[in-house]
Design a protein around this ligand. Sequence first.
Ligand code: UDP
Length: 312
Amino acid sequence: MSSQTILVTGAAGFLGSHLCDTLLNEGHKVIGSDNFATGKSTNLAHLAGESRFSFLEQDITRAFDPGPVDYVFNFASPASPVDYHRLGIQTLEVGSIGTQNTLEIAKKYNAGYLHASTSECYGDPEVHPQVESYWGNVNPVGPRSVYDEAKRFSEAMVTAYHRYHGVNTHLVRIFNTYGPRLAFNDGRVISNFMIQALRGEPITIYGDGSQTRSFCYVSDLIDGIVRLSRSEEHLPVNIGNPIEWTILECANEVLSVTGSKSEIVRKPLPQDDPTRRRPDITRAKTLLGWEPKVPLREGLERSLTYFQSSNG
Ligand code: UDP
């Protein structure tokens, strides 16, 4: 593929920064934008000397023009429950006004467009595993609604720009993902457990630990997303690892990988915490020839050095 100019919003985030790395490695020119609401400049520090990378400090809820681009990846949004609870209104704004502003850029420059959507569109799912044709079970006024409904609105807006304006759009529904650069302090299960285990602190299980999640290593996720961006598919595609773990099993895997003697303690289950989550990836397999390669144990091992650095 010839070299493109690509805008990545949310470039200083966990996924955005890995996406920038992959696109730069392929030889593209990348414009990364972020307003540092949750992103961190340290995630991009290694690109300081990279001439094909430029950075734009930008809140995407304000209209902006990065100049001609061939592709837009819209990854700007708070994404962890702790962050979107803290930044509720901003989360709704970035998933509505922000998404539209980035779609306008794609429309103006006739660029391709991929939006980072989420398994949270399924809410607390009654269909298991989750297929893309399932419309979801979302509480529109619960604590998670600021994120879930923003992402669902984004999907509607992205689809409308495809339907009404012919923009070449793509929607990825991302399931739980982990790896280096996952923020230390955003309360996610893998970062919490890894850091607690490495520090010898108690592992905090919310509820009885029987709720499930399916964890995808970051390199697998980015591979799936890049493939989707180059496909002809405009409807949502799940990208995630279909191997499902209870949170208790996940805690034991972390203890085993880290060799930690931390005890397990129970904390209250947050309201509307989905009881189970696992992607059906038939569409990703069929349409993109994609499936994840990295098992949880290997991914945790690959992330060890990074989480060890959280000790300073
Ligand atoms: N969780 C937990 N202990 C923690 C952090 C999270 O038991 O220290 C649970 C949380 O209640 C949820 C799951 O782990 O059931 C995944 O939480 P996370 O915040 O990573 O993301 P979510 O999938 O809920 O968006």
